[in-house]
Design a protein around this ligand. Structure first.
Ligand code: ZN
Ligand code: ZN
Length: 751
């Protein structure tokens, strides 16, 4: 039997369907589905899907106590491999016993190679004969590798006609990354948590790539805070015109002195004369094929979908066979792609018919800078009606299709016009821009710029002023915050993370409360963590070190370095990093504590604001998280409260007592009444909490929660038949509660 192992059940099912022509039957072992059929030669074939990684690196027993383990020992610990899903491991061992040939058909990248190798080692353990060449028809290996970039019939058939071998260097590069991330993450997270005495669920997470990424956000925030607004003035004038009056700007962009703006205003007199009209055509070239970075960045800026969600959706679409593999650096379509066929089937769909003109001439796609041979750029593998998809999946599929069609489309031509008008001693100008030919923006509609039309003007034309000219007071703005889309690009430029991990790393910064909002704003804790690193452990704050490691992993993949060598270097670096932290732990802790303390301040109190109450220095009274001294319970209270002043603010709000809470918004963007928080439970998904009970955002949640609870109660009621006498026993009886109380009192006296 030939056994085909894929990364997920979904791909196992699809590959079985394609290769068997639909005749495969399914069965299960250890709850893991597999698919079997007999091919044209009478040979049995079977596919089985993993659940991603089946093994992961872990510390051996004895290193789990944070306080007792010496971190230098932890750094040198010999890592072991632990099954991440025992059923899957049992299942593949079981099916491997019956196999005499094996095809690894996991995803085609470093991670996929490693997942394949992990599964292979388990299967060889169950059936060592798979590792020998003996008895095979041509003396070749019994273990093969299928590499494919899309889950379509043609691509799968091609891959199985061109079977390859597993690449150990590629798998080892993936394994080195796993080991290094575990060692760095565990050591530094423990180091910082020990230094700041934060344990249990309150630990402070630190990561090799995570910390320099946080640094990019914090550095920008610091620039914003250091920014001193500088005042400037702008002068405008409105002129009458038969087509309607229009606004113009003084030829001086910004007046840095008020007096100069005033005198320019005084020198403006009616009527004005059009001095010159110039028009220029601009050509904007169509975009290049999508790699992962450009795709996630586009999904974020054009669709408002976060990079992490965009990747998840793209993976779903890949699994459905609708788009090609979404983790790719390549920006040049390989010659093997059936481009003409794809374009003609896509433009037959009504939504994409705007691009049907493409078929009138030969297709010539744009090319990006990077060309690799592993995967093609992201492209739609199948023409489907977007109406068949739902919600964000539909929007992401459309984005991929529109971008794909755009890469074959003509440029967008716009015409911009500038007219200069002399009025008294001063000159004003007006600028307009219209799309002459939308070109690629006809299909890639996101790129289409809105027309800014100006009235028809001719040289020498005389125009009366419409009312008085006016001056606007303005001030220089700080640099803007980094959007998630831009952050992904900056990470790529600096070699931080990989196409597979970047979106996930940003999500972690949110989950740990180091950043909040969109675009991400660093919390005070986030800023403090970064500042502490920059001061005491500079290697962790800058991208260089982690970029060096990435380069070394590339060398493993290329067979130029060994996994042990790279992991060993990394352990050396960790020893010195930990020593640095250890020496300055007291100072480091102070910086971090101060930041965490500031994060308890949530935002200005609206009640005080409306009553005109402020602090003595005139700054607003702030709502903050307070821990009650007696009960130890936390709640939100106004900083304007005074014990001896009955007139002072007594605003309080309850908080959930379990899990971490982070500031999400100083003032809720839904109700504009109170701060909004993010609650990260110990287990499960984070949720948003508006302190204002009447907020619409909370009604929706309350409704959903009530529905969930009702459904749960109904299910429980179904599972539990009523007692014969009709009494309901779902809630603990008073007797139960009394017993518990008695037990607790007894335990307390013992202790
Ligand atoms: Zn107040
Ligand atoms: Zn609200």
């Amino acid at each position: 039997m030939r056994l085909i192992v894929t990364e997920k059940n979904n791909s196992a099912e699809k590959i079985a369907k394609f290769l068997s022509g639909g005749s495969a039957s399914s069965d299960k072992t250890f709850k893991v589905p597999y698919y079997t059929w007999t091919d044209a030669d009478g040979e049995q074939q079977r596919t089985i899907g993993l659940k991603g990684h089946v093994l992961g690196p872990a510390f051996p027993e004895g290193y789990s106590n944070w306080q007792k383990t010496d971190l230098h020992d932890l750094i040198d610990a010999e890592l072991i491999k632990e099954p991440t899903d025992k059923n899957v491991v049992k299942a593949i061992k079981k099916v491997a016993e019956e196999a005499d040939e094996l095809v690894i058909a996991t995803d085609f990248d470093r991670e996929g190679e490693l997942i394949g190798l992990e599964a292979l080692e388990e299967m060889l353990d169950a059936n060592p004969a798979l590792g020998s060449r003996e008895g095979t028809r041509d003396g070749s290996l019994r273990i093969k590798r299928a590499r494919y970039s899309a889950l379509t019939k043609e691509e799968i058939e091609r891959a199985f006609n061109e079977l390859d071998e597993l690449s150990y260097p590629l798998a080892n590069a993936g394994a080195a990354r796993q080991d290094i991330d575990l060692l760095w993450g565990a050591t530094l997270t423990r180091a910082v948590s020990l230094a700041t005495r934060r344990f249990g669920s309150n630990f402070l997470s630190v990561g090799r790539v995570q910390s320099p990424t946080l640094g990019l956000i914090v550095e920008r925030e610091m620039e914003r805070r250091a920014h001193k607004p500088k005042p400037f003035w702008e002068l405008f004038a409105r002129f009458q015109h038969p087509e309607g009056s229009f606004e113009t700007h003084h030829e001086t962009d910004k007046f840095w002195e008020k007096a100069e703006a005033d005198s320019a205003l005084a020198g403006t007199a009616s009527p004005g004369t059009v001095k010159s009209v110039t028009a220029r055509k601009n050509t904007r070239r169509p975009p290049t094929p999508y790699n992962t970075t450009a795709f996630t960045s586009d999904a974020s800026s054009r669709l408002g979908i976060t990079p992490a969600s965009a990747m998840r959706i793209a993976e779903d679409l890949y699994m459905d066979g609708f788009i090609s593999y979404p983790r790719t650096d390549n920006t040049v379509y390989p010659v093997s792609l059936p481009l003409h066929e794809l374009v003609s089937s896509l433009v037959r769909i009504k939504e994409f018919s705007a691009a049907s003109g493409l078929l009138d001439s030969e297709l010539s796609p744009t090319r990006g800078k990077k060309e690799t041979t592993d995967h093609p750029p992201i492209y739609p593998t199948q023409a489907i009606h977007p109406g068949a998809l739902e919600g964000p999946k539909k929007r992401v599929y459309e984005l991929v299709v529109r971008r794909f069609l755009a890469t074959f489309s003509p440029p967008m031509i716009t015409e911009s016009t500038r007219a200069d008008i002399e009025a008294g001693s001063q000159t004003f100008f007006v600028r307009g821009s219209v799309v002459v030919d939308p070109g690629y923006a006809g299909i890639y509609t996101y790129a289409r710029s809105a027309d800014e039309e100006i009235p028809k003007l001719e040289e020498g034309q005389s125009l009366e002023l419409a009312g008085e000219p006016w001056i606007l007071d303005k001030e220089t703005q700080p640099p803007s915050r980094i959007s998630q889309a831009k952050l992904i690009e900056m990470m790529e430029e600096r070699g931080l993370g990989t196409k597979a991990t970047r979106a996930e790393i940003i999500k972690k910064l949110f989950d740990r409360g180091y950043v909040y909002g969109n675009p991400p704003v660093p919390s005070e804790t986030g800023i403090a963590m970064y500042e502490a690193f920059r001061k005491y452990v500079p290697a962790m704050a800058t991208p260089e070190m982690t970029a060096t490691l990435e380069a070394e992993m590339d060398q493993i993949a290329a067979g130029e370095m060994t996994k042990d060598g790279v992991v060993g270097d990394s352990r050396e670096l960790l020893h010195s990093t930990w020593s640095e932290i250890d020496e300055s732990r007291e100072d480091l802790a102070k910086v971090v504590w101060k930041g965490m303390d500031e994060d308890r301040i949530l935002g200005p109190c609206k009640v005080c604001e409306e009553a005109g109450r402020t602090k003595e220095d005139g700054s607003p009274n702030m709502l903050r998280i307070i821990r009650a001294k007696k009960s130890g319970k936390r709640f939100v209270g106004c900083g304007g409260w005074k014990v001896d002043d009955p007139e002072s603010c007594d605003q309080t709000f309850p908080l959930p007592q379990r899990g971490d809470v982070f500031k999400l918004e100083e003032r809720c963007s839904v109700c504009d009444q109170t701060p909004r928080l993010k609650v990260q439970p110990f287990r499960g998904r984070p949720w948003n909490l508006c302190l204002n009970d009447d907020c619409e955002s909370m009604q929706e949640m309350k409704k959903r929660r009530a529905e969930r609870e009702a459904a749960k109660a109904a299910k429980e009621a179904m599972a539990k038949k009523p007692l014969p006498d009709g009494s309901e026993d779902a809630v603990p009886s008073k007797a139960d509660t009394a017993t518990r109380k008695r037990k607790r009192a007894k335990a307390a006296t013992k202790g």
